[in-house]
Write a protein that binds this ligand. Structure first.
Ligand SMILES: Cc1ncc(COP(=O)(O)O)c(C=O)c1O
Length: 472
């Protein structure tokens, strides 16, 4: 296949995509597939000679979609949706066609400068002060890793980047029990070690307890360890917990602790001013990440990190070997200096398309609908016999469980059995978590094309799946 054949195949791919996406509602959200079943349908060895595109395309359409979990399905209420708007899909095709590596300004001037402009647009959209600059990573995991590496280096007076960690002070980091596992992963990769991450207790509202934070820092200092960073949560993955930022930031400031806020999911909601009290004090954090790929329609992957002092992250991550030195250095931004990988995709383009194609008001309408529908659904589910809402909607995320047996252990077993039935049914897709040591089921509303009816169907499916549950 040649570039001159692209318009034919892109048209075929575009027609396939439109048909697939507009008829997704008719498919089960998840395939009923045994592990290994799909791989067994593929040849064991690659072809020696070129195959016609026609055959490859046909095999794709015949084999792949039926073996996929459909993340853009309007009744995907699992994990956090990775929302892909149509405009973002078009932008990705254009970025793919140019296939640039945006590691340096010189290697992709428009990508670099559009990234700077999109960071400013998004800061404004979220109500963040102009003092924040930032960059785009692939995922929140990488953004958090970058922030942790920078906090580590601040604590070591930037000696770790040359000397390593051996023989240095024991660094300590602090998060709430509701924080995401990407923070544990950052501890591993940054050489700090998971045991040096304090997962601290929360208050009844699931926010990190400031007294527990202050006590942990005191104890660490008394034992000769070095507190290095506080990582805050706005919208935890399990049940949507929010830390109460002001008292925690007071402590961080008094202790000269740098801070990073993980708002991977909930950050998008802050384009709606009425939700901003949930992260009151955000302008005081040193770094924060949110994923437009979760709830803003800029498809995976797209994680935006805002930074108050980018020079600290640049000092931590930047390397300038001779083969990367370019004309204009000093006058331009080379974004690989801000991020872990050298190579970078042109991710700003889909943000530009999305923000223009839907407008902030269009995106706000969608998010407000999701939140209102989640609330309506939770209210309806609370009336179902044998169902208990465990955590009420945090934005568009709530959890429930079966509550009808004589013991907690039996209710947990029934809750897991209910979830298995729901997902075998196929009309909706939900995922599990634990809360207070008990099994619960999460519902997250957030797919771009979902409707109020799709959301309300969750209650019907749950009611139907409850019938006869535990009878055998
Ligand atoms: C709160 C939170 N932080 C971090 C992550 C990790 O996101 P990513 O897949 O972009 O690394 C997630 C993923 O769902 C999340 O919910």
């Amino acid at each position: 296949m040649k570039y001159k054949d692209l318009s034919h195949w892109m048209e075929r791919a575009g027609a396939w995509a439109e048909d697939y996406l507009t008829h997704l509602r008719d498919r089960p959200v998840r395939p009923q597939l045994a592990p290994g079943e799909f791989a067994a349908r593929l040849p064991a060895a690659p072809p020696e000679e070129p195959e016609p595109m026609e055959a490859i395309f046909d095999d794709f359409a015949r084999l792949v979609p039926d073996a996929m979990t459909h993340w853009q399905h309007p009744r995907f209420f699992a994990y956090f949706p990775a929302n892909a708007s149509a405009a973002s899909m078009v932008a990705e095709q254009l970025a793919n066609a140019m296939a640039a590596n945006a590691m340096l300004w010189q290697t992709a001037p428009a990508a670099t400068e559009m990234e700077q402009v999109m960071i400013r647009w998004l800061a404004r959209a979220l109500g963040l002060p102009d003092a924040f600059s930032g960059t785009i990573h692939d995922t929140a995991t990488t953004a958090t890793l970058s922030a942790v590496l920078t906090m580590r280096e601040k604590a070591l007076d930037f000696a770790g980047i040359s000397e390593g960690l051996a023989g240095g002070p024991q660094l300590r980091f602090y998060v709430s029990r509701e924080a995401h596992s990407s923070i544990d992963k950052a501890m591993r990769i940054a050489g700090i070690g998971e045991n040096n991450l304090h997962r601290l207790p929360t208050r009844p509202d699931l926010s990190l307890d400031p007294e527990a934070l202050a006590a942990a820092i005191r104890l660490d200092r008394a034992e000769g360890h070095r507190p290095a960073g506080l990582i805050l949560t706005a919208g935890g993955t399990s049940v949507g917990a929010f830390d109460d930022l002001p008292p925690l930031l007071d402590i961080a400031e008094a202790e000269a602790l740098p801070t990073h806020l993980d708002a991977a999911w909930a950050g998008s909601a802050m384009i709606c001013p009425e939700f901003r009290p949930l992260w009151e004090g955000v302008e005081r954090v040193d770094s924060l990440v949110f994923n437009p790929h979760k709830w803003l329609g800029a498809q995976f992957d797209c994680a935006v990190q805002f930074l108050r002092r980018p020079e600290e992250q640049i000092r931590t991550l930047s390397l300038k070997p001779a083969y990367l030195q370019t004309a204009g250095a000093g006058e331009v931004t080379d974004f690989n200096d801000w991020t872990v990988p050298l190579g970078r995709r042109f991710r700003a383009l889909k943000l530009w398309f999305v923000l223009r194609a839907y407008g902030l008001e269009g995106l706000r309408r969608m998010i407000r609908n999701h939140v209102a529908w989640a609330e309506a659904l939770a209210s309806r589910m609370a009336t179902l016999e044998g169902i208990e809402i465990v955590t009420p909607p945090s934005l568009s995320l709530f959890t429930f469980r079966v509550a009808r047996a004589a013991s907690a252990a039996e209710d947990d077993r029934l809750t897991r059995a209910l979830l298995a039935r729901i997902n075998e049914d196929g009309r909706i897709f939900l995922t599990p978590t634990e809360h207070g040591g008990r099994a619960v089921i999460r519902v997250v509303v957030g797919q771009f094309e979902t409707t109020g009816e799709d959301v309300m169907l969750v209650a019907d499916v749950v009611r139907e799946c409850l019938t006869g549950l535990g009878d055998v």
